[in-house]
Design a protein around this ligand. Structure first.
Ligand SMILES: *Cc1c(COP(=O)(O)O)cnc(C)c1O
Length: 428
């Protein structure tokens, strides 16, 4: 369609990787306007954990619209908001013994991150936030300051301040515990890092290249935060809502963050919704201090409630995700061993995984090849060198296999075809 070239800004990005006009989607499938079917392993960059247009959530939404339920009400109390809060408290927070206040921010992830950092700064009276190499937290100025990616940071146009960057787990090699370094600089009054307000961390770095923080590292990070009086913010916008198996990605570590941000798959339907969870004593906001016209997307409350009711009333969904995650691990390990020349590695946990292809060029060839075979899949990481699997958690076993088969063929043809493989490794 010519109109996209004519008046849509050059800022478009996914549209360049998948240059088709999409018309319809259901579950893990999408169709373009020529009627070609695609398997969606991008899933809104982790926004569609329950797939496209989930029939149960859609029905709840249609009923609500049919009844002329409130669509927009600023932050006024609405039935939809009340029911979402009740369900979130009863089925997510209480069974996990979590006591958090819920703040509705503007409906994007970055706005939740902005709010979380304001809370930490205002409550502690300190300015600086510790963030990690390869972290991604959004592209508004505050969030961008804690984001690592140069491509995004360079667009800021002003200096990005108020942060200290620390090496993430594994950044200096497997054998170096980077929390020791954090502990050391926080203990040294002349380190140049004086009393930050908080640490912001992803348990698995999505945009940064599916870097997984080890469970022990997360535990030690919390210990260091407690020791030095720093608040711990977990940005669970991409890793949360079941992506790694559990509802929150940090449950396995048994840590107890002071602040948590959620967005992407929170509404379950791809509708914009973001929240900040904070320990009750941190809720020192004055009315309207952090406002926004779209705080409280009532349509998103309806689908978010339906998602929790249908998937999180018991443990089954988390177990299924872990089972599928184990299948993905097994398949990717196999692919890496077969075609990786000892260079490729599998990364991630749960259904949040990827293949490090070392070079961005190879990863791009793989995803392009996959797209020609009907699989939508993207790259991530500093050089876009990670092929990132983010298929909906509800993807059927059959389509999960089909998608990974396409990836395997794409890698095989890319590596063998391009001569990346030594002859003896070329499969017969
Ligand atoms: C996507 C993402 C954000 C930003 O969310 P937007 O809705 O794009 O503003 C923040 N943090 C993490 C971890 C993300 O994956």
């Amino acid at each position: 369609m010519k109109i996209f070239d004519e008046i849509e800004s050059e800022v478009q990005s996914y549209a360049r990787s998948f240059p088709r006009v999409f018309c319809r989607a259901k579950g893990e499938l999408m169709w373009d306007q020529e009627g070609k079917q695609y398997l969606d392993f991008l899933a809104g960059a982790g926004t569609l954990n329950y797939g496209h247009n989930h029939p149960l959530f859609k029905q709840a939404l249609l009923n609500y619209i049919q009844e002329d339920g409130i669509t927009h009400g600023l932050d006024m109390h609405t039935r939809a908001k009340g029911e979402f809060l009740q369900t979130f408290n009863d089925k997510i927070l209480k069974p996990r013994n979590m006591e958090y206040i819920v703040q509705f921010t503007g409906p994007t992830g970055t706005n939740a991150v902005e709010a979380a950092m304001k809370i930490a700064r205002n409550v502690t009276g300190q300015q600086n936030i510790v963030s990690f190499t390869n972290g991604f937290h959004g592209v508004s100025l505050g969030s961008l300051a804690v984001t690592g990616n140069a491509h995004h940071r360079d667009a800021a146009g002003v200096c990005l301040s108020g942060t200290h960057r620390m090496p993430y787990d594994g950044y200096l090699g497997e054998n170096i515990d980077t929390t020791e370094y954090l502990d050391k600089v926080l203990s040294d009054s002349s380190s140049g890092i004086n009393s930050p307000a908080a640490v912001i961390v992803e348990t698995v770095q999505g945009e940064g290249g599916i870097n997984v923080a080890r469970i022990d590292w997360l535990k030690r990070l919390q210990m260091v935060c407690k020791k030095h009086g720093l608040l711990l913010i977990v940005d669970d916008i991409q890793a949360g809502c079941g992506r790694t198996g559990d509802y929150f990605s940090f449950e396995e570590a048994g840590i107890d963050p002071d602040i948590v941000t959620l967005s992407k798959s929170l509404s379950g339907y791809g509708l914009p919704l973001a929240i900040v969870l904070m320990k009750p004593e941190l809720d020192q906001w004055k009315p309207g201090e952090h406002n926004g016209t779209f705080r409280g997307n009532n349509l998103a409350f309806v689908t978010a409630k339906s998602a929790i009711d249908n998937y999180w009333s018991e443990n089954h969904f988390a177990e299924e995700t872990k089972r599928k995650g184990a299948y993905i691990s097994e398949r990717l390990d196999n692919i890496v061993n077969k075609y990786g020349e000892g260079n490729f590695t599998r990364k991630g946990r749960g259904m949040f995984q990827g293949i490090d292809c070392v070079s961005g060029q190879i990863a791009e060839k793989v995803t392009r090849h996959a797209f020609r075979q009907g699989l939508i899949i993207e790259t991530s990481g500093a050089d876009d060198h990670i092929v990132k699997l983010l298929c909906p958690l509800i993807t059927s076993n059959q389509n999960l296999k089909k998608g990974i088969d396409i990836i395997e063929t794409a890698i095989q043809e890319t590596c063998v075809g391009e001569g990346h493989l030594p002859a003896e490794k070329i499969p017969a």
